[in-house]
Every structure is written in structure tokens, then in C-alpha cells.
Design a protein around this ligand. Sequence first.
Ligand code: PAF
Length: 284
Amino acid sequence: MKIMRTERDLRKTLWGWRGSGDRIVFVPTMGALHEGHLTLVRLAKKHGERVVVSIFVNPTQFAPGEDLDAYPRTETEDARLLEAEGVDMIYIPNPETIYNVHHATAVTVGGVAKGLETDYRPTFFDGVALVVTKLFNRVQPDTAIFGEKDYQQLATIRRLVEDLDMAIKIVGAPIARDEDGLALSSRNAYFDADGLALARQLNGIMKKCATDMRDGRHVDEATLAAKHALLAAGFSSVDYVEVRSPNSLTVLEGGYLNGPARVLVAAHCPNKGQSVRLIDNFAV
Ligand code: PAF
């Protein structure tokens, strides 16, 4: 497995692989890898001959006061896990080359990127769209894999790629969960035992919300009941529990399920005197 840190080395190696007819599949990550990331890698291997994983904790998607400095960085362990999965290359760009002192370009996606996460993290998708555009330009993959755990992010990337005519196939990977249904996330590393036990309750509450709607309960009633249940369980606040159409992420008309939909949730789980923000989503 190659570990590339400069754009020059990256392009040279990719050029050689492409020249041999290999299809490049790209898995962008911020490191602190867990089983969820490894499912993305395994899916990547089915889509081409060469798998490239980037590790870059992207500062522009963190707002001031968010956990940029505390974000777990586990490069040696990440490399060990990726090598065991048979990844061909890890790309670890130098932050100064991604955002040099002259950097002055923004990438803003509308539509699916508006609302939900953006109501609470207004600049988040600007940061994601910018870094993903830059990484796509550097790696120029045939296919890129993103987890459905960040469902709105996946929809935003699909919009970005289509709107900017990027010839890259975007593949969504199903959410990997632990034995209690908690979606795997690098931020789960923050939890102590009590925090983890509470976080694990989210799955059951959201499943009940989904079942209620399938049984004919009005979407507003079911989502309100889910918010109350989260707060009653001990979550300190709930940013949203929303039901949206699965592709356009638009609000459902009529207030009742009339086809496939997605219920999306963001809630704050108290942990060690602070809180960890969990996001998750479920097909209904
Ligand atoms: O989902 C993530 O880990 C990040 O948002 C991404 C796509 C790697 C961009 O920094």
C-alpha cells in the first residue's frame, strides 16, 4: 500500500494506474477509521481495480467552537486497518497545500444542501463541497463512495457532481451499526459508558417513529413523539427529527407516508459534562 503526501506523487501514481486501464475508486475520509469506513472500502473494491482512501481533517467544514482540534487523529492505526483491507493507496494531503494563503474560492450547493444540517451548521456543506471538489480534482476517480450515515452530505455531493459535470459515479454505502443499532461514527470515540448507553437508545426511538408512520400516524405527530422520547431518555436537545423524500429531501406533501421516505435526526447526547451531537437516518 502506497502512502502519498504530495500532489506530484499522487498524480504520477494515478497516471500509471489509469494508463494500465485500472478504474480508480475513491473513499474520502477524515481518518479515525472504524468498521463503518471499512465497509466503504469493501464496497469500493467492487467498483474498480484501485482503491484510494484520503485522510484529511478538513478545517473548512468545522465552525468556530466545533471539535476541529479535538477531532481524533489516528494515522498509524488507520494505515494498519487500510493495509489489511488491501487498499492500494492512502492520500494524506498537507493542509497548507489544500488551502494555501491565496485561497479565495467557495463552492456552495443549494437545494438539498439547504435546511436540516445547514440550519444548525450554516457553513458545513460549503466546507464539504469545497474539499470534495478539490480532492476529486486531484484524484480524478471513476467512482467515489460516501456513507448514507451522512445522508444530506451524500445528496449534496450527488448534486455537486451533477451540477458541475464531474464524470464521477457516486455510490452510497448503507449505514454500518453496532449490535445495539448505533450508527458507527468517529465521534463515538468521545463517549464514556453512560454516554454510549444513552446514544444507543436513539435507534429504538427512531425505529418506533418509523413504525408509527408506517402504521398511518401523521408525520408531525410521529416526529414530535420521537423528539419527546429522545428528551425523556436524557438527550439534552434535539436539533431536528424530519421526514423527507429520499432523493430531493423535500418535505412530504399531505403529512402521511405515501411512498419511500427518509427520517433524519440530529440530537445532542450528554457525555462527560459536555455533549456529543449524533446524526442518523432511517429509510421508511
Ligand atoms: O464524511 C466525511 O468524513 C467528510 O465530510 C468528507 C466527505 C471526507 C469531507 O471532508
